[in-house]
Design a binder for this molecule. Structure first.
Ligand code: XMP
Length: 612
């Protein structure tokens, strides 16, 4: 049993970020909803401190998120962050008001603190923290004193020395806060909590627990080849021994080249049994004639369910078999934010059929307490190959979200004829393409045209230092200015000489020939990344097929989308060397069916990672 810190989630986007920061300090952190736990819950001796997270509401609004204020008298250290700080102040007799002009603050702020407060131990008297608030604490709670200020926020940090209660308006959990980790470590020191949360200890403790929970039942598990399901599979196989865990792998026909063999070998390498369900015909059959991105996504999701249902209809699990899933911690917790987004995109591990089985006690989720990096650490501990544990994320719908489709053919003659993407006087600095892809601006998804940049400035060439950064900045500027586009691309290689006379878009859906075409290009990218030692320099690297040809009919284009990200919520362009891009583009262009190769230089937002 581990000592732990409880995080009360007031609905902000950062509750998971706080928990993962605490866990990086080897302390177990658990997220709970404030209205689901009362003061009795906190009397547990293993709970050494509490963090109140930020949240989107105003504490003075009727019905806004609240926790049991009796916890402030338990004598346990409590840290309120942003909304949590305001809630703590209001609940102890202070006052929170809407920030007038002065109180609203977003982004970097210089915090000056009072060296006496232990929350600021080893932090310079002035340092940068990240702010994001509209309300502010105008009057302090009883017994509190100020210990930090910014130019715009007088009560940016407050504390109650004898009760060990702390409130901060800023966000120590975001990486932009210079001494954020130090501040959280200081809070853990104040809590006097043992730093005994390690993946080794988790494994030790869970082996026995899982074995008891499973008893003599057997397990079936759908694996995807991704890290979560593979680690879940390896863990259960190790605990239960041979013959008791049956793995099912669905070949959707939308996987990468060689993926089925790779996953089969990797899973067998763990010493586990795997059945490959060859369902490519079913998936491609259902996708035939479809081209709308949302429709494609829905069809792929529904076909997965169809396959699962067919399996359960044929193989009655009975009482002696459990379904295991590789669900991880962020998938299991609904914050205010994900409660809303769940309506848009239900997590596939929580669709109604599966939920019913969960309610009947027929599902086991051995990784449900872990974050992604902990799952990876567990994978390494279980002896899975490093390469398998550190694979780039691959979306459930696979290449289905990387093959752009078109409902009808378009033939667009560009007048005046443009020289292949070089800038002429009085022209827009880009060429708009007659296809569309998905993007994201604010809280809204967009569906707009990509533009190919015309490059006539040396600074914008990828061979020059800072070229990619300059292209990314230019892309943001152009997309903000021209409403008809949501992505910008850099031309890497074209299959024709001279000017563009025609742009042809063929009516196209997802079919075997196009999947094979994309698989070839994707294979070139992955193997070149590996051979040049660059695979771990990017977080993900979608390769996209778009049905657009320049001059020649019947050809298509390939778009490279290298991604630099931490959590896929935001992303920038993976800054790989120019040599890599030119090498890969040249090789891809050897395929006669490819007209051009582009590099997507759009950050997220305004682009999404996938093109769909
Ligand atoms: P976007 O395109 O929204 O992608 O910027 C963010 C991350 O999510 C992955 N992705 C998906 N993963 N099912 C998945 O399992 C999906 O439908 C899906 N769509 C996007 C994408 O690869 C990126 O890592």
């Amino acid at each position: 049993m581990h000592e732990k810190i409880i995080i009360l989630d007031f609905g902000g986007q950062y509750a998971h970020l706080i928990a993962s920061r605490i866990r990086r300090a080897n302390v177990l952190a658990e997220i709970h909803q404030p209205d689901e736990v009362d003061v009795e819950f906190f009397r547990n001796d293993l709970i050494k401190g509490v963090i109140l997270s930020g949240g989107p509401q105003s504490v003075y609004d009727e019905g806004s998120a609240a926790c049991d204020p009796a916890i402030f008298d338990l004598g346990k250290p409590i840290l309120g962050i942003c909304y949590g700080h305001q809630f703590l102040s209001q609940a102890t007799g202070g006052k929170v008001v809407p920030g007038a002009q002065k109180g609203k603050e977003f982004g970097r702020a210089d915090l000056k603190h009072d060296a006496e407060c232990p929350l600021f131990a080893d932090i310079p008297t002035t340092s940068t923290f990240w702010m994001s608030h509209g309300d502010e604490v105008a009057e302090l709670g009883n017994g509190f004193q100020v210990c930090g200020q910014t130019d715009l926020c007088e009560n940016a940090a407050v504390w109650h020395p004898s009760k060990k209660l702390f409130g901060i308006q800023f966000h120590p959990e975001v990486t932009h806060s210079e001494y954020g980790s130090q501040l959280l470590q200081n809070f853990l020191n104040i809590c006097d909590v043992k730093g005994d949360w390690t993946i080794e200890k988790f494994y030790e403790a869970h082996q026995q627990k899982l074995a008891t929970q499973i008893g003599d039942r057997n397990i079936v598990l759908f694996v995807s080849g991704g890290v979560d399901s593979t680690v879940a599979f390896a863990l259960l196989s190790k605990i239960l021994g041979p013959g008791r865990v049956q793995g099912l792998f669905v070949d959707t026909g939308l996987l990468r080249q060689g993926e089925v063999d790779y996953v089969e070998k990797a899973i067998r390498g763990i010493g586990a049994e795997l059945t490959v369900m060859r369902e490519a015909d079913r998936f491609l059959g259902n996708l035939a004639g479809k081209y709308d991105p949302e429709a494609k996504r829905e069809i792929i999701g529904n076909t997965f369910l169809e396959v699962q249902r067919a399996f359960f209809a044929k193989n009655d699990l009975g009482d002696n078999t459990l379904l295991a899933q590789g669900t991880i911690y962020p998938d299991t917790i609904e914050t205010g934010v994900t409660k809303n987004s769940a309506k848009i995109k239900t997590h596939h591990n929580r669709v109604p059929e599966i939920q019913k089985m969960i309610d009947e006690g027929k599902v086991i989720e051995p990784l449900a307490d872990l974050y992604k990096d902990e799952v990876r650490a567990l994978g390494e501990l279980l002896g899975l190959p490093h390469e398998l544990v550190w694979r780039h994320p691959f979306p459930g719908p696979g290449l289905g979200v990387r093959i752009l489709c078109a409902g009808e053919a378009i033939e667009e003659i560009t007048a005046p004829k443009v020289n292949a993407f070089t800038l002429r006087r009085n022209q827009k600095p880009f060429q708009i393409l007659p296809i569309k892809s998905v993007g994201v601006q604010g809280d809204f998804r967009t569906y707009k045209h990509p533009a190919v940049l015309k490059i006539n400035d040396e600074k914008l060439k990828i061979e020059n230092e800072g070229g990619l950064e300059a292209l990314e900045a230019l892309s943001t500027k152009l997309i903000n200015h021209y409403k008809e586009i949501n992505r910008c691309m850099y031309p890497l290689a074209v299959s024709y000489a001279g000017s563009i006379k025609k742009m042809n878009v063929a009516a196209s859906d997802i079919n075997t020939a196009r999947v094979a075409r994309l698989q070839r290009a994707d294979y070139i990218v992955t193997t070149t990344l590996q051979s040049m030692g660059l695979y771990n320099d990017v977080w993900q690297f979608p390769v996209v097929l778009a049905p657009i040809a320049f001059n020649d009919q019947g050809q298509e284009s390939i778009i490279l989308r290298p991604i630099d990200s931490i959590d896929a919520m935001s992303a920038s362009v993976g800054k790989l060397p120019a040599e890599f891009f030119t090498k890969v583009a040249k090789q891809i262009l050897k395929d006669d069916s490819i007209s051009a190769v582009f590099l997507d230089v759009t950050s997220k937002p305004p682009g999404t990672i996938e093109w769909e």
